[in-house]
Ligand binder design. Structure first.
Ligand code: ADP
Length: 349
């Protein structure tokens, strides 16, 4: 990274660059704003926290009327219970002026280690093979594995306006915290709001040039960071990745319900490690138990499913950073349907 660009880890609570004193709550804390500490998608004039009865973040009661408008366009920051208050406001972060991204698709999982990053990478490879300008935003800041999967080792560069993504061998644009760290093995010891702020900067400050498909490798689970990412990026749909065991539990249902609550459509479910195909007899063995993906998809009215086998060639491709060479048609018709859905959505809007 060039010296001229300041990757400033803004306080997600009040939006102020955290190296500077936070003007609203007065805290200077480069691990995030300890004063308000909240991932706040709503704009309280004080510190950005949604605070009906005074601002929990900076302690000030929003001035009345805090929103300064009478059309309710900023009523999340106002304590009044007027008729304009219908639902919490969600502020999508704008891209920089030089960037454009048509379709943002988040890849989520209930927990780590189920193959979310692998499926993110495979979907990006498939779309790139189809000739689309494709990108991956690695939002799994505490467990970033995308650069290694593509054997991208160089650091991202920047000027004083934008950060440039790093391009893979086949031309997929990547941004990941590992491309900004001096040593990719350094752990990221940041609190949730700071992580969410970094992901927002990956969206707002990176030069995403005419991207057709961006896949976001989300942090696992339904916690603070995925919630903030869902709220700040214009995600058109999500792909849920789960192992067969997870599909019988509640973890996947939680992820699906979270998407529903955020009003983001679930484009499909991928059951990863669904079976093992014997290379000798080609018999399929459901090592982790019977598949439940069709059942779950039906329950939640999700029309698109895929099943990926446990395949040592896939893990070898990831380990060698050669995922762009993967061979297998498991996700082809799944990707067809997503492509169609995105085209229909674009035609409508
Ligand atoms: P997550 O992003 O959910 O934490 P990863 O995509 O990093 O999970 O996958 C965890 C590990 O499992 C990786 O080493 C990956 O290569 C391996 N893996 C995932 N899915 C498969 C599969 N279907 N066959 C073989 N190895 C897999």
């Amino acid at each position: 990274m060039s010296d001229s660009y300041e990757f400033d880890n803004p306080c997600a609570g009040c939006g102020t660059a955290a190296e500077m004193d936070c003007s609203s709550c007065g805290t200077s804390d480069d691990m995030g704003c300890a004063g308000c500490g909240t991932a706040a998608e709503m704009d309280c004039s004080g510190c950005g926290t949604s605070a009906d009865a005074g601002c929990a973040g900076c302690g000030t009661a929003p001035a009345a009327p805090a929103c300064g408008t009478d059309d309710g366009s900023n009523c999340a920051s106002c304590g009044a219970d007027c008729s304009d208050r219908t639902q919490p406001q969600i502020t999508k972060k704008p891209l920089n002026q030089m960037s454009s991204v048509d379709n943002v698709i988040a890849v989520v999982s209930g927990k780590g280690g189920v193959g979310k990053s692998l499926i993110t990478a495979m979907m990006a490879v498939i779309m790139r093979r189809r000739g689309f300008r494709t990108a991956i935003l690695d939002a799994d800041v505490t467990g970033p594995s995308i650069p290694k999967t593509f054997k991208v080792t160089e650091n991202a560069t920047a000027n004083d306006v934008v950060i440039f993504p790093v391009e893979t061998k086949t031309g997929i644009q990547l941004m990941s915290i590992n491309l900004l760290l001096e040593d990719a093995t350094d752990p990221v010891l940041w609190r949730g709001p700071v992580i969410a702020g970094a992901v927002e900067q990956f969206w707002t400050d990176v030069l995403w040039e005419s991207i057709d498909y961006m896949f976001v490798d989300m942090p696992p689970g339904t916690g603070d960071v995925p919630l903030t990412v869902f709220q700040s990026l214009p995600i058109k749909g999500i792909i849920v990745v789960a192992s067969p065991q997870e599909l019988v539990g509640m973890i996947v249902e939680k992820a699906v319900k979270m998407a529903e609550m955020m009003d983001i459509p679930v484009l499909g479910i991928v059951e990863n490690m669904s079976y093992f195909e014997c290379p000798e007899c080609h018999g399929k063995h459901e090592v982790f138990g019977k598949s439940h993906v069709e059942e779950i998809a039906k329950k939640f009215n999700i029309p698109n499913v895929a099943r990926i086998p446990i395949d040592p060639k896939l893990s070898a491709a990831v380990d060698a950073g050669m995922i762009e060479l993967f061979d297998g048609d498991w996700l082809d018709s799944f990707a067809d349907k997503i492509e169609l859905q995105m085209k229909e959505e674009t035609a409508i809007n």
